[in-house]
Structures are given as C-alpha cells and as structure tokens.
Design a protein around this ligand. Sequence first.
Ligand SMILES: [Cu+2]
Length: 171
Amino acid sequence: MLPRFSLSWRGPLLALVAGLASSAALADTLSVEGAHVRAVPPVSTTTAAFMQLHNAGDADRALVAASTPAARVAELHNHVDVDGVMQMRQVEMIPVPSGEGAQLAPGGYHLMLIDLVEPLHEGDEVALSLTFDDGQTLEVAAPVRRIETMGHGMSEEMPEGKAEGMSHAGH
Ligand SMILES: [Cu+2]
C-alpha cells in the first residue's frame, strides 16, 4: 500500500515515481525526542537506550535496526509479562504507527546495547543510528543518564533491573 502524499495522482504509471517521491518526503516525518542511554556501572557491558519516536507522516513505519559505535551489538527489545514476571525479548521491529509513534521506555520497548566498547559515563553522548522499514536512517545523539527503574521496585544501584539482568545472562 502506498502512503498518501501531496502530489496529484495521475494513475498507475506514476506509482513508481510516486513511491520514490514519498520516501523522500517521509525523511521529514520521522523524528526522535528525548533519546538517552542508561548509565550503568563500569563493570556492566550492557545497557539500554530509550526515546520517543514520532511519526508525523501518513504511513505507518517500523524501526527495524539500530547500531552505535559505542557497542558491538544493538538489538531491538521489548518487555513482556510472562505469568507476572517481566522478561526481555528481542523483537524484529518496533512499530511506529502514523500519528502515534512509539515510546521506548523502561519496562517496554528499548534498544539493547550489548558488548559496550568502553565504559559509558554520565554525560557522555552515544551516537545511535536508527534504520526504518522504508530504508531511511535517523542519526541521534543520546546522552548517558541515570535512570531510576519504575515499577520493578528497583533502585538506581541496580540500574539494569532484575528482569533485564536475568535475561542478559543468555547474551
Ligand atoms: Cu533489553
């Protein structure tokens, strides 16, 4: 399905041209707000990045990949409630619906930064590269911040949270 766009529609012969034009136009419709990376103790080689994704376009999009020079692996993750226990799962994509966008926040969707190249310090900026299902990429600078995990009874002395710490044993 082609997204709607502001060119006049002249029929199927223009479908390809229209598709190209719309992907160019969409470059302005996705944006990122409040990106940040959770500060972790120097011994930790894993952390998470959070942000709000906005989609002002007419087409639903999805975040399909992420990368950063700060970590050797960046995965898309979600938390799911399995019999009352929050578990992290890697997901293929994070939906970014038109108008709604997506919230990457503790306890929900997040980017998992695995095998950090060097310890991150509060105030550092981590460059994140986000790739969407239409091929476009957004570059974001995400400051490293302390985050108090909400809803798990976790203090900031255990910044990864119990559920994350447990499922990271498998990485
Ligand atoms: Cu995770």
